[in-house]
Design a binder for this molecule. Sequence first.
Ligand code: BV8
Length: 299
Amino acid sequence: MLSTVSPNTDLASFHDHLKKSTRVLALLGAGLSASSGLPTFRGKGGLWRTHDAMLLATPEAFDEDPALVWQFYGHRRHMSLNAQPNPAHYALARLAEKMPGFQALSQNVDGLSPRANHPPGQLQLLHGSLFDVKCVDQTKCGYIEINYEDPIVPALAMPTGVDPTTDEARDAANNPKSHDISDINTALPKVEIKDLPFCPKCSQHLLRPGVVWFGEALPKKVLNNVDAYMRDGKIDMIMVIGTGAKVYPASSFIGDARELGAKVCVVNMDANDRPPGGWQEGDWFFEGDAAELLPKMLE
Ligand code: BV8
């Protein structure tokens, strides 16, 4: 049963509360980077819309077709490196500098918050980063590196300007006869496993993107940091910015913060994206582009 409470949209009351706050969380999602030109996951044109998330963002998918998964991530590395942090990334980084008790919990792997000089001790990358690259064997080998090479290996050079991992591009690659010439231009170039990045330490295994795939646990260190923050006492507010809050356990931090006294403030383009469990008394909702709204909200 959806709650009948409707959220507060009054900016002055939000400013009042923020001024009196010392411990604030922000759960960040793909909508934060939308204005930087990076596609979201579920919104229109979202990444998962044109690609089957479960097909591409799981360890099983990587075992099954590492070349395809690397093409997907190579493309996202390329897009993210060519994107710029937007005013929302900078506004959050400035808030962190002013408020030692502020922590950003980012689901994003695009590297834009770190590039906005968000203080690293106040930014938890819940789902890792496109630019961490690690040996698939993290038990015996354990090799990990930070890598901004684009392309990461020559075989993963992207045909410029197209997203080669859409279904039609993949289909065109597999059945060139059945597609007209324009499709074939966006066809997925076939990549051999031998041309993918291999671990320089053990040289036996492939390297993989250092992101958290579905079915994988979030980084222990990050979870410990979030737990420690939650144990440190009451929380004044959790801001939920540009996220459908559908992915677990990230979405569960909203309820955890509420239990510690936090008010919830949602910033989203879509009025239907409310917090898990619906609106509660004292929640705020600011509808619109995070890149427009956050500089005003956090000034
Ligand atoms: C785990 C990295 C256990 C990879 C990502 C059923 C119920 C509950 C949970 C589950 C379940 N079935 C399976 C699960 C678990 C699963 C899960 O939650 N699945 C979902 C689909 C239900 N979770 C996991 O598997 C997690 N691990 O549970 O492990 C475990 C424990 C111990 C040991 C072993 C295992 C791992 C989840 C992490 C997956 N990895 N990313 C990659 O990026 O490729 S998740 C991926 O989705 C991204 O990180 C992304 O950030 C995240 C969430 O999406 P959003 O950020 O919310 O983006 P979305 O497009 O959905 O929404 C954008 C929003 O922005 C919209 O609301 C839109 O309106 C708004 N917007 C758009 N433009 C703007 C805007 N707002 C403001 N301004 C704008 N301009």
